[in-house]
Design a protein around this ligand. Structure first.
Ligand SMILES: Cc1cc2nc3c(=O)[nH]c(=O)nc-3n(C[C@H](O)[C@H](O)[C@H](O)COP(=O)(O)OP(=O)(O)OC[C@H]3O[C@@H](n4cnc5c(N)ncnc54)[C@H](O)[C@@H]3O)c2cc1C
Length: 386
């Protein structure tokens, strides 16, 4: 039973572990030149707070010890989904089962560049993190575009190493996908207390990089000068290989409830998929899906039924010193009711989001009091019928 896995991130490594443990001959293709790493730690690496070799998902010897043939610098350049044949460096290999775990890519407006010398950078892989690290200037200025969790963490870490920071968000509130206006406002005040300048409802129109700095032009006519500008405005499933290979996709690769794609014995997991119409960007979700895809491809090859994936309803939590936030479920909006709760400390915020009485969302800033209890009660909105 030969199983190929394309992409060695959180989903790919877990799929490989499970398939190899079930006795399959597993080949794990990575287009990166370093061992698979824990992607959220890239923020600490970018700001010089950890070393590249501390990020590994598994230790170096783990892959061969677990009978996984991990091939680095191995970009799968073509895929024939019908025959499960992949092309790597011009050579074709055919597998009994395949799992696509190519992840996602950051959305990059035209002013972002990863070319050498650029000072306007995304942060999605090890190479980006090292490019940012090269540009750190003690007491210099750092601009961050995107007020999501990645942008907020970057802003806080830049402050920790003594840089001044401007955080720019196009929408009129921070973390707009997770938080309503009140929670976002508390978040903004807490960031400002940490010395982060927050500019809401502002977009970057242009960026001009010089030898020593970058000038960032905003839509109100102002210009910010920074040592570098980190851009984090969202991600998209990285599904080009699937589309060229003949697999059905919309925004992400379409899968059935067992994570099977439209092609026979070909499964997909992690950020690359669209499940029940939603594409996520989550380590825990990617890992859980990778596990199930590994189990289900083995089951399919043994002529057994696959298990259905049950999406996880997990809180997004973040803590750095006394800065803390948690968000779960719906951010609020039309037809939803926001119930503000008491807080244990001044300047914190807690709210529950309800839909026709049912708890569908939790938002907390500066505290996580009661989170575990609420998390147990939250129900998914618009859960499709089985
Ligand atoms: C800086 C940062 C901070 C984050 N923080 C958090 C967080 O706090 N919590 C959280 O839950 N999530 C966080 N995320 C998101 C999380 O990292 C992703 O959701 C997760 O990595 C998805 O796992 P995956 O296996 O689907 O894809 P990935 O981990 O992206 O792995 C995909 C791999 O496939 C490789 N690949 C792509 N195409 C090919 C090909 N053709 N051939 C071979 N290899 C290929 C890619 O190079 C990559 O190595 C963060 C992400 C970043 C970048």
């Amino acid at each position: 039973m030969k199983i190929g896995i394309i992409g060695a991130g959180h989903a790919g490594v877990e799929a490989a572990r499970v398939a190899a443990a079930a006795g399959a001959e597993v080949t794990l293709f990575s287009n990166e030149s370093v061992l698979p790493y824990f992607r959220p730690r890239l923020v600490a690496l970018a700001f010089g707070q950890t070393a590249p070799d501390s990020l590994g998902i598994k230790p170096a010897g783990w892959y061969s010890d677990n009978h996984i043939d991990l091939i680095l610098d191995a970009e799968v350049s073509a895929l024939d989904a019908a025959t499960r044949t992949v092309t790597v460096h011009g050579a074709k290999r055919t597998f009994d089962g395949l799992i696509l775990t190519t992840g996602s890519k950051p959305v990059q407006p035209p002013f972002v560049s990863t070319l050498r010398g650029s000072r306007v950078l995304p942060l999605w892989d090890m190479a980006h993190a090292l490019m940012i690290r090269d540009k750190l200037v003690k007491a210099g200025h750092c601009a961050v575009v995107g007020g999501g969790i990645l942008g907020i963490e970057a802003a806080l870490r830049a402050r920790e190493i003594g840089m001044s920071v401007t955080l720019i968000e196009r929408v009129g509130r921070l973390m707009p996908s997770q938080f309503g206006a009140r929670a976002s406002d508390v978040l903004r005040k807490q960031l400002e207390d940490k010395g982060v300048e927050v500019r809401l409802a502002r977009s970057v129109t242009q960026a001009e990089t010089t030898e020593s700095h970058v000038d960032i032009h905003l839509d109100d006519g102002s210009v910010l000068s920074a040592a570098f500008c980190l851009v984090s405005i969202g991600t998209r499933p990285y599904a080009g290989l699937a589309s060229a290979g003949g697999i059905a996709l919309r925004r992400g690769v379409m899968v059935d409830p067992t994570l099977k794609t439209s092609a026979p014995n070909l499964y997909a997991a992690g950020d690359v998929i669209e499940f029940e119409g939603v594409s996520r960007s989550s380590v825990r979700e990617a890992t859980a899906q990778g596990k199930l895809a590994g189990e289900n491809v083995v089951a399919a090859l043994q002529g057994k039924e696959g298990t259905r994936f049950e999406p996880l309803l997990l809180p997004l939590t973040f803590k750095a010193g006394d800065f803390e936030l948690c968000a779960l479920g719906a951010p609020g909006g039309e037809g939803l009711e926001e119930q503000v709760l008491d807080v244990p400390v001044e300047s914190a915020f807690r709210a529950l989001i309800r839909h026709q009485g049912a708890l569908v969302g939790v938002q907390m800033v500066g505290t996580r009091a009661g989170l575990d209890d609420f998390a147990r009660q939250v129900v998914r909105m618009n859960k499709p019928a089985p």
